[in-house]
Write a protein that binds this ligand. Structure first.
Ligand code: ZN
Length: 565
């Protein structure tokens, strides 16, 4: 069955609630663990149906944000998702109280109960209206960015379609492109500030109603973080400042030298080589065909999986008018199908999608037969290990996509992975400030952003762009609006992915086996425990950051990997 044939039925929330409640009654009165588990399966089927419809509506809406049918369905789900959470929370309450808990724990492990307790903590019926508002505002951000129609070089373009111009080897062109892009943000600056202010306020209201002192810990609990806290994250950021920021500064200085510039301005940062970045040497269809060869070569598991993705048409990859921005992978449980969404625009980023999002999808495919749906998707720091490590495991096939530019690609990929970490912690520290100070004004927020940027990204030179110099850069970072506190997960995962990169060069088979083991474990345990399972050092462990990055630094320093040209 292909994605286009997946049937969408709008769930009737009233009927669903009645049915769910009667199942909960059955669950509560189960006489034996076997009876309880049978009811649990029926409950999970009902939940899977709901989540599948929500996913299908959301995917179809993101493919065309102005299509009225799915726009309406997305709005409907923005309203009913919190109502569904209400009954879902009752299920988790019943689950942690069941007299058969010990038997269930023995069979499924403790993690299900950890997740249940967190789900209970982050919900109360009193916050339904606030959650609906939060969803509406979040969708408003997607719609606003998707509405960008930038007149540039004789055509109307969206933000993704501006990508190639932003990395043009012609400096005048990339400056002009950057100015055109930021004109869109300047025009919408007040709207974006207001939207974010409303989001911060509503999230804070929710936190207070739930008994938290502010949104920070609620944000962590929503992300299901059970074995680390804000203090440990702050300690990780300190290590980034101490060990990675100086390396990133050196890499930026080298980039300036490579490009033959006096000063590396904000509009130069995306260009790695004077004669242009590595580009995929063919059209999207050619890229996907090569992707098929690559995943066939990598392992039997990835071959089977990628064929399934192609046959079922589970990828919408190319940038089109009215498509939502960014890229993502989601999962449709009813059809046991991952779905990949992206905005191919002819840059090397297209190949990153084919490895990154496919990494997520491969994990979802590996756990598609799990009977506990909570274990299908791990917490997001773990999920990002799957995706970011797949980017590295596929390095030996990059020649198929980049031909004579392969060396350039490999260097740029590792280089940007390292440079990314200071940016990642910038986003994270900013959000801690925002939610610890929910009454800060938009101007104060932007001031703070610029201050944090100077700490972790001291090389940033915004030239004559007042909007960016005043701290507007984060407006384009969708996670800040839509997925609070998600961003640090990329940096934690990057440290783990670096370890897989190193290990795959020492012993590809062994590293790959551990990677598959991690994928197959899904979300059956917490972050730190899963890193142990995959024989990785937890990024929180003292000395981890320093030891992991020293190999990468050496590789990036080696002239044979990157000649200054
Ligand atoms: Zn990802």
């Amino acid at each position: 069955m292909r994605f286009s044939q997946y049937k969408y039925n709008r769930p009737d929330i009233k009927k669903l609630e009645t049915k769910y409640n009667s199942l909960l009654y059955k669950f509560d009165s189960a006489k034996s663990p076997a009876e309880l588990e049978r009811t649990m399966t029926t409950i999970n089927n009902l939940r899977n149906e709901f989540f599948s419809m929500s996913s299908i509506a959301s995917v179809r809406n993101s493919i065309n944000t102005v299509d009225k049918t799915y726009k309406k369905e997305k709005e409907y789900f923005d309203k009913i998702n919190p109502l569904f959470s209400q009954v879902d929370t009752r299920y988790y309450q019943a689950l942690i109280k069941t007299p058969h808990r010990k038997t269930l724990e023995k069979k499924w492990g403790k993690q299900l109960f950890v997740l249940a307790e967190l789900a209970i903590k982050v919900f109360k019926p009193e916050i339904v209206k606030d959650l609906q508002m939060e969803n509406k505002l979040s969708t408003g951000y997607t719609d606003l960015l998707a509405s960008a129609k930038i007149k540039f070089e004789g055509e109307e373009r969206n933000l993704a379609q501006m990508g190639p111009f932003l990395v043009s080897p012609d400096r005048k062109m990339r400056k002009k492109a950057a100015q055109a892009k930021y004109e869109f943000f300047v025009t919408n600056e007040t709207k974006l500030d207001e939207l974010y202010d409303q989001l911060v306020k509503v999230r804070t209201t929710i936190a207070l109603k739930l008994g938290y002192k502010n949104f920070v810990q609620l944000g962590y609990d929503r992300m299901c973080r059970s074995d680390y806290d804000a203090g440990m994250v702050a300690n990780f950021r300190r290590q980034v400042k101490e060990y990675i920021v100086p390396i990133a500064q050196k890499l930026k200085a080298k980039q300036k030298q490579r490009l033959g510039l006096d000063k590396l301005k904000y509009y130069d940062e995306g260009l790695n080589f004077k004669d242009g970045n590595a580009k995929p040497k063919g059209e999207p269809e050619w890229i996907i065909n090569n992707g098929r060869k690559m995943y066939s070569g990598l392992s039997a598991e990835t071959r089977k999986f990628f064929d399934f993705m192609l046959k079922s048409e589970l990828m919408d990859l190319v940038a089109k008018k009215n498509k939502a921005g960014g890229g993502y992978c989601t999962y449709i449980p009813k059809y046991k199908a991952p779905f990949i969404f992206s905005n191919f625009n002819g840059t090397s980023g297209d190949i990153d999608v084919l490895t990154h999002e496919v990494g997520h999808a491969f994990q979802a495919y590996c756990t598609r037969d799990f009977l506990v749906p909570e274990y299908n998707s791990p917490t997001s720091e773990v999920a990002e290990i799957h995706s970011m490590s797949m980017e590295f495991f596929t390095h030996p096939w990059m020649e198929m996509f980049f031909k004579e530019d392969t060396k350039k690609y490999l260097f740029a990929h590792l280089n940007s992975a390292m440079i990314f970490i200071p940016y990642g912690v910038t986003v994270d520290e900013f959000q801690h400030f925002v939610y610890e100070n929910p009454d800060a004004s938009p101007v104060e927020r932007k001031k703070k952003w610029r201050e944090i940027e100077k700490k972790y990204l001291p090389h940033r030179d915004y030239d004559d762009n007042k909007y960016l110099a005043n701290g507007g850069f984060w407006h384009q970072q969708l996670h800040i609006f839509k997925y609070p506190f998600y961003y640090i997960d990329y940096t934690l995962a990057q440290i783990c992915a670096f370890q897989f990169w190193k290990r795959s060069m020492e012993d590809q088979k062994l590293a790959w086996a551990d990677y598959v083991k991690l994928c197959k474990a899904g979300g059956s345990d917490s972050f730190v425990k899963l890193t142990e399972l995959a024989n990785l050092i937890s990024p929180f462990k003292d000395g981890c950051v320093k030891s992991v990055i020293s190999t990468i630094e050496k590789w990036l320093d080696d002239d044979k990997n990157c000649k200054i040209q």
